[in-house]
Ligand binder design. Sequence first.
Ligand code: 13P
Length: 280
Amino acid sequence: MLVNTLEILKDAQKDKYAVAAFNVYNLETVQAAINVAVKENKPVIIALGERYFPTVDVEGFAAMVHALAAKVPVPVALHLDHAYEKESIIRAIRCGFSSVMYDGSKFDLEENIKHTKEIVEIAHMAGVSVEAEIGSLAKGAYSDEEEGSGTLTDPQSARHFVEETGVDFLAAAIGTVHGMSQGEPKINLELLEKIQEEVAVPLVLHGGSGTPDEIISESINRGICKINVNTEVSMAAVSYLKEYFETNDIVHLSTVMSDVQETIEPVMTKFVQLFSNSKR
Ligand code: 13P
């Protein structure tokens, strides 16, 4: 069933676990995420980034997710990830996304507040919840995201930002990167603790890929309720395809597409189990 993202994040916040938000791009990646959620009996967030709007028919994609979600007993939310344009957000709201992320992290704090507040007003009128970000993630290896400044979230600014904008959940930059870290990841859990002390809304961790399991568990204990995962799933699929075509003849596209789905499901399962096993 399709649900409002905030609903599942509030449950996660209460019971101290995190919901996986998988970045997806097509039928197979959506099916994989929903299959895993059903098998594990956990909620899941299907996340489509604004950067895929030129290649993915957004209305068709939303209709597909609505249809697949209606068939399963677990809560499924449809989220717009990293949107920079108001038009994209309105388009997503119109076709039934359950939440949107407005990324104004390139602006200074007051400018970010001004834009985010406007998005919150629009989205809330439609019953859609809003994620925003202050601070910005750097880009690691194999990521498809925009390069960010790597600025960490300041706890006082986070408090001011949430109070002024009315956002429903907040992405905190604590040292994770989009993609795989080059070298030892430097994740600042004390900073996360301070942000949690200042901010009551559920917190979001971007850059789930390549983050050590114990850091994930500790971050969930410090208020992270939603964890975004993209690169590790993509890498598993692409490595499978590379190896396959090095050792096999050309096969039918339908075969490789279903093989890709089979390849990524265990990767998604690993994350769903990790995020929920931290439950206290
Ligand atoms: P990874 O690619 O590191 O998993 O991060 C995904 C993400 O944060 C998307 O918003």
